[in-house]
Design a binder for this molecule. Structure first.
Ligand code: GRF
Length: 321
């Protein structure tokens, strides 16, 4: 497993989810450490617990401040603590769009309903009044629109006929404490997970015209053209030949370009065993902050370099519009 992610948890209240995340982080094989607990309420109960557990804390009331100014102070604390991910756990403030954009894909929230149902407040009351069989909780990525980001995981909780919002809420909390640490761990591990990375490469590669997947030397490969005369334009390597990299292999224009890339950006590119000799470059995928648009561009370029002219001509025409 790669280096651990460093999370900052934002709270406004009791912080029971924060506690669940913190204790889970101390179990063996947790992919994250909690490096900061920050709050917009100086008296949030969770701050004391975090301090007791030796976690750095930060508190700044939002009263009398603009949203942007308050966000900026919180962000500074996050950056100072060296956190790379922000996990909201009962943080009762809406973050500004600019803040959310800067941390795209790196802010996670838990919401006490089965999204997309019941965004916003009074979720348990609304689920009961609607006669739903289940309530629950959802872990989702934060995007500018409230409670609307990609759902990463959910836990269902059965609703009893005599449930009140309070009794249901208590059980949903128990479920949240199981769900949140697991969902955060899974999300933070997937950047290093070969199956997840292969899926992303596969989706990009097979979105190109007339492509198919075929194994080559025991590893997944992607070809363009017919079954008979198709050519490989990409390979996927999972720590092949003793390399520590999980990588997509694509074709460069030749050895000069390959060596330039490897020299200029060794954190992204490497010369793979065997294929490197014929100008294929490896794009390292098991690292933080992979630019998937760049991977997509490389796959397209590589596809173009081996695709039959009848296909590239069509693509050229399409590109003109
Ligand atoms: C939880 O119900 C969570 O779903 C919501 O805020 C509440 C936080 O509770 N976003 P706690 O402070 O973690 O106990």
């Amino acid at each position: 497993m790669a280096e651990k992610a460093k999370i900052a948890i934002f709270i406004s209240g009791g912080g029971t989810n924060m506690a669940a995340l913190l204790y889970a982080s101390r179990l063996e094989n947790s992919p994250y450490d909690v490096v900061l607990v920050a709050s917009n309420k100086v008296d949030a109960g969770g701050l004391e617990l975090a301090a007791l557990e030796g976690v750095a804390t930060f508190a700044q009331s939002h009263k009398g401040m603009t949203r942007e100014d308050h966000d900026a102070v919180m962000e500074e604390a996050v950056v100072d603590a060296g956190a790379d991910t922000i996990v909201l756990a009962g943080y009762m403030r809406i973050l500004s769009d600019e803040f959310v954009a800067r941390w795209e894909g790196r802010i996670i929230n838990i919401h006490p309903s089965l999204l997309p149902k019941y965004k916003g407040l009074q979720t348990h009351k609304r689920a009961i009044e609607a006669g739903d069989s289940h309530g629950g909780a959802s872990v989702h990525l934060v995007v500018p629109e409230l409670d609307a980001g990609e759902v990463l995981a959910q836990a269902q909780v059965a609703i009893a006929t005599d449930d009140t919002p309070e009794t249901l809420g208590e059980r949903v909390k128990l479920a949240e404490h199981q769900l949140y640490p697991r969902a955060v761990a899974d999300y933070l591990s997937r950047d290093y997970d070969a199956d997840y990375l292969l899926d992303r490469v596969r989706n990009l590669a097979l979105a190109l015209p007339e492509t198919s997947e075929r194994e080559s030397h025991g590893a997944p490969g992607f070809r363009v053209g017919s079954e008979k005369s198709g050519k490989f334009f990409a390979h996927f390597n999972n720590q092949h030949h003793g390399s520590e990299h999980i990588a997509a292999l694509v074709k460069t224009s030749g050895m000069d370009e390959l060596m330039n890339l490897v020299e200029a950006q060794p954190e992204i590119y490497f010369k793979p065993a065997y294929y490197g000799a014929s100008g294929w470059v490896g794009i390292i995928l098991n690292r933080p902050g992979v630019d998937w648009d760049n991977v997509g561009d490389w796959l397209t370029r590589s596809w173009r370099s081996v695709a039959p002219a009848r296909l590239t001509k069509l693509q050229d025409a399409a590109d003109m519009f």
